[in-house]
Structures are given as structure tokens and as C-alpha cells.
Design a protein around this ligand. Structure first.
Ligand SMILES: [Zn+2]
Ligand SMILES: [Zn+2]
Length: 148
């Protein structure tokens, strides 16, 4: 029995062009919550990678590296980082807000890719910026296609 020839899928060139400040891939990943909700956040935000000047900084490993995409991807894929990341789970109490408790008094908001001081956390969760990012993370789900 012969296999039917696979048809090449048509690639839609009508992708919305958004101004990209940096020429680096903005990879996204999906987060499945216990209550069945799904969110799509940027891979850097999920992994706690902040950009500061000429450096990337991993908030969980407290590790700084030169601002090089390869370097950053290598760090995100490293066993060391993955083990450390697992020790900072998203807190169940905050549900879709995707808050991780850091060492010391601070929290990390995965939705906004931001470190937040404990006393500012409640205010942050109801702030317009956070709600806007949260709504973006929810609407991205419809368009999300995993790359594999
Ligand atoms: Zn790390
Ligand atoms: Zn936030």
C-alpha cells in the first residue's frame, strides 16, 4: 500500500507585522493551570530572564550573562537552571497571575516579567498594566501553535 503524497501546507504570508525593537526571536510557551485555564507567556518571562543594559539576568539563579541570545537559550536549557526554576513554583493562591516567591521579600510576576516587592504585590495584581498583560496572555492562547 502506497502512502498518499503529503501536500505542502500553504504558508500564509499575511502575518501581522509588529515593530520589533530587538532582532531576536520572541518565543512563547503555554502554561496549563490546574483549573484547566491556559496562558501563553514569553519564554524569557517564564524562565525569569530580565534584560538589564548589556546583560541578561536570571532572577532565579541570580546569574548574569552577556546579552547574547545563544547564551540565554543555553542557560534556559541548562539542567542547573531547570532544577532551580522548579524550586520556585507558581503559587497556587495567585492562580493565573503566575506569581513565584523569590528568596527574600520579593516576588516574580511571570505575566509581566517583573520582580515585585512584597508590599507592592497586591497593588500590582490589580494594576492596569498587569491586567493588560494577563489579558494578552489569555488571548494569545487562541493563536498559539507550538513549534516542534
Ligand atoms: Zn536561571
Ligand atoms: Zn504582573
Amino acid at each position: 500500500m502506497s502512502m498518499p503524497a503529503l501536500r505542502q501546507p500553504k504558508i500564509n504570508a499575511e502575518e501581522k507585522k509588529t515593530a520589533k525593537y530587538y532582532c531576536e526571536p520572541q518565543n512563547f510557551l503555554i502554561v496549563n493551570l490546574n483549573d484547566g485555564k491556559k496562558l501563553v507567556v514569553s519564554s524569557d518571562a517564564y524562565h525569569g530572564i530580565l534584560t538589564s543594559g548589556v546583560l541578561y539576568r536570571c532572577v532565579f539563579c541570580e546569574f548574569e550573562m552577556i546579552r547574547d541570545v545563544m547564551c540565554k537559550e543555553r542557560h534556559k536549557n541548562s539542567q542547573n537552571h531547570r532544577t532551580i526554576l522548579e524550586s520556585y513554583p507558581h503559587m497556587a493562591d495567585f492562580k493565573e497571575n503566575l506569581i513565584r516567591k523569590l528568596n527574600g521579600p520579593n516576588y516574580y510576576c511571570t505575566i509581566c516579567n517583573l520582580v515585585i516587592a512584597a508590599q507592592a504585590l497586591n497593588k500590582h495584581l490589580t494594576a492596569e498594566d498587569h491586567l493588560k498583560e494577563l489579558s494578552k496572555a489569555t488571548t494569545r492562547v487562541a493563536a498559539y501553535k507550538p513549534i516542534n
